[in-house]
Ligand binder design. Structure first.
Ligand code: YH5
Length: 280
């Protein structure tokens, strides 16, 4: 199994790690236009050295209450960083965006994969990704980042999330995205209670049968906090790594993580002990 993303092919026979690179002003203390690309490039380089196969660059915070940046602000944050990574590192570049203008400029700057937490709700965003030949990650989210955690409800969370993802795979194909350029993601923590997250995690085997490689993002999330007696975000490393290993053992193809070195080891362990396609 391979992911086709513009000029790059990524082997997914063994699970890989996508390193998180936030380029929001609150994640780089200065937030200035000159400091940011240098600091971000250094962090990207470290993640690649630690074994990240993909670097995920995001210029919009998903924290509830976070201010949505203007298109120009998002471009100013993301594009210089993508350019630097493309020029200086040998890695697949993912860009976290919901906007067609950012997709087009990011691909021009060297991005390979578009990771839209809104699941390409805007058809123009999907069209821009398809036009550029970029791979896409389609994530499920109930509601909007601002309000999604207020009272998420489902009749059958596994069915609803799976049906949504299957429909989105078809929509991506209709928009011209090639079949081997699509990742799907149940979207842990995006309009889900702890119960929903756990139910989805236990059903990961099912999500691996939907027709596209599965991306799982649980790193540092409240799901980990809940399962570890309420640990704050800076004490969630061990829990995050444990969940990453479990996800890899159940067939997740890409693990999105902040702590790349630790997660690379964890997914190796998970892949080795888990039963994978082609076993037996
Ligand atoms: C994801 O799952 N998540 S941003 C709250 C936290 C810690 C981390 C404090 N982008 C995903 O990482 N893209 C994000 O607790 C994503 N899948 C994909 N494809 C949220 C995040 C986080 C949120």
């Amino acid at each position: 199994m391979q992911l086709r993303a513009r000029s790059r092919l990524l082997a997914l026979d063994a699970p890989v790690v996508m390193g998180v690179l936030n380029v929001t002003p609150d994640s780089f203390s200065d937030g200035g236009r000159y400091v940011l690309p240098d600091a971000a490039l250094a962090q990207a380089r470290r993640m690649v050295e630690h074994g990240a196969a993909i670097v995920d660059v995001g210029g919009e915070s998903t924290r509830p209450g976070a201010v949505v940046p203007s298109v120009q602000q998002e471009l100013d944050r993301v594009i210089p960083v993508v350019e630097r990574i493309a020029r200086e590192l040998d890695v697949m570049i993912s860009v976290d965006t919901s906007r067609p203008e950012v997709v087009a400029a990011a691909c021009e700057a060297g991005a390979h994969l578009i990771n839209d937490i809104r699941g390409f709700r805007d058809p123009a965003t999907l069209a821009a990704a398809a036009d550029a030949g970029a791979a896409v990650c389609v994530m499920h989210m109930q509601g909007e980042p601002d309000s999604m955690q207020r009272a998420p409800t489902y009749q059958d969370v596994v069915r609803e999330v799976a049906d949504y993802l299957v429909q989105r795979i078809a929509d991506c194909r209709s928009a011209g995205v090639s079949a081997d350029a699509i990742l799907i993601d149940p979207g842990f923590g995006f309009g889900k209670t702890q119960d929903h997250n756990l139910t989805l995690f236990r059903a990961l085997d099912h999500f691996t049968t939907l027709g596209a490689p599965l991306l799982v993002g649980v790193s540092r999330k409240s799901m980990v906090g809940h399962l570890t007696g309420g640990r704050p975000v800076d004490q969630r490393l061990a829990g995050s790594v444990a969940l990453a290993a479990l996800a890899a053992s159940r067939g997740a193809a890409v693990l999105r993580a902040h702590d790349v070195a630790e997660t690379v080891d964890a997914v190796r362990i998970g892949a080795a002990v888990g039963r994978r396609q082609g076993d037996r």
